[in-house]
Design a protein around this ligand. Structure first.
Ligand SMILES: C[S@@+](CC[C@H](N)C(=O)[O-])C[C@H]1O[C@@H](n2cnc3c(N)ncnc32)[C@H](O)[C@@H]1O
Ligand code: SF4
Length: 366
């Protein structure tokens, strides 16, 4: 099976922490972009996709008539939206109107992922978000009224000046709404973002306390912690992302989108105009293609697999390349054996990048 990802790179305003390939002020390009997406989709046409993820950027900034074009290009080249076993639509609260929700659910989108980040309006302002917590509540209620039965909500922990108490207030309020899935990310200060330019630094110890408490409270509330940043009511784990963590193949359409087919990873240009131009000229929009093999491939497989809390079975090749490193992490308490599998320990969960470094090039043992 294949996953299908479609990137919508438009945002109303660029958030102060975000380094995703998304842009504000380019709305005039939306129709040309959708036309290019339709052309690119035709090159990949197949009926083998089982999960669909429309992400961004902010897909919910599209108008209903633009959403119609998006649905049409998926249905013409892949499957009816209702035939995907999971079809996720990513949205921001201020632009997810009842009209758009009704349209998307009528076509069979069966999962919505909404970026809330915080329930405190002063924190939202600091982040550069354009919505308030009231906008989120309105969108959430409208999703439920329209029959949405699988909703994910994103929160960020470790905001500048945020106390443990403030963060937990957001988390508890979210738990009280009972979404099926919750993602909690520790704030990353990315180079080139306004937060980076302002010299903001995260209090790592405080963030760790927030994430530890997140795990305790969400598990107590019945959520399954199944990936480093992801929690779900049993049966609501994201199928699309799980396929990615299991190193499955996927098609990525749009600017900045990556595809992974036949062991080759291809990456499209993040430049929206360049993407539209290249696709319009009948060329491909890829700026990078890489075929991973041997140690690099096995290492990458290990890194994505270990993000899942169930862990991974170590293959003979992985044992050959990384056996010493794996044993070292087990000895240091960052990895643990669980039957035939190896997984991150409680401690390893909070320093996962330290563990993952051992499995990406340049390798120490080469
Ligand atoms: C693809 S992004 C954006 C989706 C959507 N446009 C939004 O803003 O809600 C998905 C999620 O990644 C998280 N995220 C983005 N940048 C981050 C950063 N620098 N640190 C931590 N989390 C981040 C946010 O929680 C965000 O909702
Ligand atoms: S966090 Fe979301 S809304 Fe904000 S700039 Fe990034 S993609 Fe756009």
């Amino acid at each position: 099976m294949t996953g299908l990802y479609i990137h919508i790179p438009f945002c109303k305003q660029k958030c102060n922490y975000c380094d995703f390939a998304s842009f504000a002020g380019r709305d005039f390009l939306r129709d040309d972009y959708l036309a290019a997406l339709a052309q690119e989709a035709a090159r990949y046409a197949t009926d083998t996709c089982r999960t669909l993820y429309v992400g961004g950027g902010t897909p919910s900034v599209l108008t209903v008539s633009q959403l119609e074009k998006l649905v049409a290009l998926v249905e013409k080249n892949f499957l009816p939206i209702s035939a995907f076993s999971e079809s996720t639509f990513e949205a921001n609260p201020e632009s997810l109107t009842s009209e758009k929700i009704a349209f998307l659910t009528s076509f069979g989108f069966n999962r919505f992922s909404v970026g809330l980040q915080s329930f405190h309006d002063d924190e939202l302002k600091l982040l550069g978000r354009v919505h308030t917590s009231a906008d989120f509540l309105r969108a959430f209620e409208s999703l439920r009224k329209n029959g949405a039965k699988n909703i994910n909500v994103d929160l960020i922990a470790g905001l500048p000046g945020q106390s443990l108490e403030m963060f937990l207030q957001s988390l508890e309020k979210l738990i009280s709404l009972a979404p099926e899935h919750i993602s909690v990310y520790g704030l990353q200060i990315e180079e080139g973002t306004p937060f980076f330019e302002r010299g903001i630094v995260c209090d790592q110890l405080l963030m760790r306390r927030m994430l530890e408490e997140t795990r305790v409270r969400l598990q107590r509330a019945g959520y399954h912690h199944y990936e480093i940043s992801n929690f779900a009511r049993p049966g609501y784990e994201s199928q699309h992302n799980t396929h990615y963590w299991q190193y499955g193949q996927y098609i990525g359409l749009g600017s900045a989108a990556a595809s992974f087919m036949g062991g080759i990873r291809r990456q499209n240009t993040p430049d929206i105009c360049e993407y539209i131009r290249l696709i319009g000229e009948g060329k491909n929009a890829q700026i990078d293609a890489e075929e991973l093999s041997g140690q690099a491939r096995e290492g990458e497989k290990l890194v994505v697999g270990l993000r899942q809390l169930d862990g991974v079975e170590i293959s003979p090749l992985q044992k050959q390349f990384f056996g010493t490193e794996i044993e070292k992490h087990i000895h240091n308490g960052l990895l643990v054996r669980d039957g035939k599998k190896v997984k991150l320990s409680e401690e390893g969960l909070f320093v996962a990048n330290e563990v993952f470094c051992s499995f990406v090039a340049p390798f120490e043992n080469v």
